[in-house]
Structure formats: C-alpha cells, structure tokens
Design a protein around this ligand. Structure first.
Ligand SMILES: *Cc1c(COP(=O)(O)O)cnc(C)c1O
Length: 383
C-alpha cells in the first residue's frame, strides 16, 4: 500500500462512508446525547461536548493533514474559534510561566495573552524572532512556550521553525506554530520540530468565510491527552454544523491554495513594480527578507500580501474603499478577495506596543477569482 498524498488525505481521512446508510458525506450529527445499552455501555459517544462524530471526522482529517495519522501518537482537538484554541493552550500554563511572542502577530493572540492570561499570572514578552539571536535573547528561565506565527500577520515575516523548536526544547519549553496563514498544504511545523500547531479554521481551512473555528494538532501523546481533557473540561467545541463546514472546506484546500499562491504571486509582482506603491511584503518576492527561509520550509508562499502606498495613509484609505472585488473586511483565507488596513481594523489591540504596524499598511487576502480581474480592480483603486 502506498501512502496517500495530501489531496487524497483531505478527502478520505476520517471520512469513510456512513456505516448506517452508506452516505458518502459525513453526516451532521445534530445530537447532544447518545442512547446507552446499559449504564456506561455505549458506542463510544455519550455526550457531544465530549465527542461528536462530525467533529471526530474533522479532527482525524486535520491531524492527518498535519502529518499525524490515526495510528500515530497525538491528534487534533477542534475548537469553536482560533482564539478558543489559543485560550486552551493558555490553560496548559501556570502562574509564573513566560510566553515568547513574535513582535508581529495576530492582534487577538496578543490581546488574549497580554490582557487575559496576564491576569492569571502568565508573563510574556515580544521579540523579533526572525533571527537566531532574537529567539535566544527572548528566552528566560521561566519560558514555557515559544509562540511562532509564520508567515506573521500582517508583515509576513518568516521565522525558522526548526531553529525555534531547537531553542524551545533546549529551554524546556514548547514551540507552538500558528499555521493559519500557511496551512498544512504549504508548511508542516510538526515535521520541523514544533510541539503544537494551531489553526484558525475560520480562514483557509474553512475557506469560504462562512464559519468560525479553530484547532490544535500535536504529535505528542501526553500533550494530546491534556488537550482532549481540556476540550471536554472547558467546553469550547465547534457544533456539528460548523465542524461539517470546515470538513467540507478542507476537501478542496489543495486546489484553493494552488490558486491563492498563483494569484498572490502575480499581484505581488504587479505591486512591487508599481510606482504608486512604496513597499510590498510578500515572502514570494526574491527581494523579501524571508524569501530564502520561506523557500526552505514552505512549498508555496500563500495568498497574503501587505503593502504601503506611496501616498501614505490617505491613499491607503482611498484604495481600501475603492476596490470592487476586494471587499473591505477583516478576516482572510476565503475564496473571495479581501482588503483591510490592519492598524485600524484587525490590529487595533497592538497600538502603542512592540507589535504596532504601520498606519498606512494595506493587507490583501488574495482570493481565487480570475487574476486579471483582481489586477484590474487594484489598478483602478490605486488611481
Ligand atoms: C484569525 C486568526 C486567529 C484567530 O482565530 P479566530 O478563528 O478568529 O478566533 C489566530 N491566528 C491568526 C493568524 C489568525 O489570522
């Protein structure tokens, strides 16, 4: 038997035809409880916070895509949002533990750590993690977690996952990689030494901007057991319909990511060559500081691009309101293209901190529309 490839795993892992009816699509098990033959005697399901078959299918699918098969150690816990997954990782820590964050990160992750976990005695600091010196200098005796996003949000910096894993393990800490931007199709952090991979499945995994969800995958049996316990004990689970939406979205992840990559590469080059644009951040551009590292640890550069227009904030605001196809909206990773200004939208919580982003930064989530239409839309909006 050969090992199934990514595209095949996405469609088949955890998704055998329904034993009762032969349905080829995993049903939405809209049930909170399950009948028992005798007290404690059941078919593996007793209450839907603990386990639900639609969610089980999603967890098997996501774990397999991150390289954790059903017979391997570890697995996936799906959550009601990306931040619910982040909070769950927070529950693994205790007062006095220290978290290292990158100095460019999703605003909500920063807010949860800086404004919620700190109330429970957790400490944190943010550093430039794009260099070995930066990672090493950030670690303290109490560091329990190094949190890496790569590519980072919104500046699309690339962090060396294998290096961060080594530094974390030397310090007796875990490395968590937020793999939301890259997805397992482009990057496999566990294979590079990360202990946990976190997803906002709201983005590329779901892929259609129609649900909010999250997940944590680990290849460590003990960590998985602790996360399974926390999933049941704290309860931030996705309902069966949301689990189904992500399960369905992931089936076409490879197809979509190929097109996101292609479209974004064309658009990044267009912006890079345009005098109306001052700076472009995209790891696929040969001149980007993260380009070589991205080539090594990713199989594509993704669909996210950030840029600053030559005309500053005023121009940025104008462009963001003038596009027709790029909707002015938060979030990312859906089939439709989105445009936003992080400083005033997704990253309000980092204002005045080490994570602050340029006020005139424009972030694009490049969708899977025809690239010529997207280029025309941006060209017109640039004025
Ligand atoms: C959106 C996002 C999150 C948070 O996920 P939610 O599903 O919105 O809770 C975390 N990390 C990154 C990189 C994100 O883009």
């Amino acid at each position: 038997m050969t090992e199934d490839q990514f595209e095949t795993i996405a469609i088949h892992a955890g998704q055998q035809p329904d034993p009762a009816t032969g349905a080829v699509v995993v049903p939405i098990y809209a049930t909170s409880t399950y009948v028992q033959e005798a007290p404690g005697v059941h078919k593996g399901y007793e209450y839907s916070r603990t386990d639900n078959p639609t969610r089980t299918a999603l967890q098997i699918q996501l774990a397999a895509l991150e390289g954790v098969g059903e017979t391997d150690d570890g697995g996936c816990v799906a959550t009601s949002s990306g931040l619910a997954a982040t909070a769950m990782i927070g529950y693994l820590l205790k007062p006095g533990d220290h978290i290292v964050l990158p100095d460019d990160a999703y605003g909500g992750t920063f807010r949860l750590i800086a404004q919620v976990l700190t109330k429970h005695g957790i400490e944190w600091s943010a550093s430039d993690l794009t260099t070995e010196g930066g990672i090493r200098a950030a670690v303290r005796a109490t560091t329990k977690l190094i949190w890496v996003e790569t590519p980072t949000n919104p500046l699309l910096r690339i962090i060396d996952i294998a290096l961060a894993a080594n530094v974390a393990h030397e310090a007796g800490a875990w490395l968590v990689v937020d793999n939301t931007f890259a997805t397992p199709y482009l990057q496999l952090p566990l294979s590079l030494g990360a202990d946990m991979v976190l997803h906002s499945s709201t983005k590329y995994l779901g892929g259609h901007s129609d649900t909010v969800g999250g997940a944590i995958v680990t290849n460590d049996a003990e960590l998985h057991e602790r996360l399974r316990f926390l999933q049941n004990a704290t309860g931030p689970i996705p309902g069966p319909f949301d689990a189904y939406l992500v399960l369905r979205g992931v089936k076409t992840l490879a197809l979509r990511m190929d097109r996101h990559n292609q479209n974004a590469e064309v658009i990044a080059r267009f912006l890079d060559d345009d005098p109306r644009v001052a700076n472009v951040w995209y790891p696929g551009l040969p001149g980007d500081p993260g380009h070589e590292m991205a080539r090594r640890q990713m199989t594509g550069f993704g669909g996210m691009i950030s840029f600053t227009p030559s005309g500053g904030l005023e121009a940025a605001n104008t462009i963001a309101t003038r596009t027709r196809l790029f909707f002015l909206a938060e979030s990312l990773g859906g089939v439709e293209s989105l445009i936003e200004l992080p400083a005033g939208m997704t990253h309000l919580s980092v204002e005045g901190t080490a994570l602050e982003v340029p006020e005139d930064l424009v972030r694009l989530s490049v969708g899977v529309e025809h690239v010529d239409d997207l280029l025309f839309d941006l060209d017109r909006a640039l004025g």
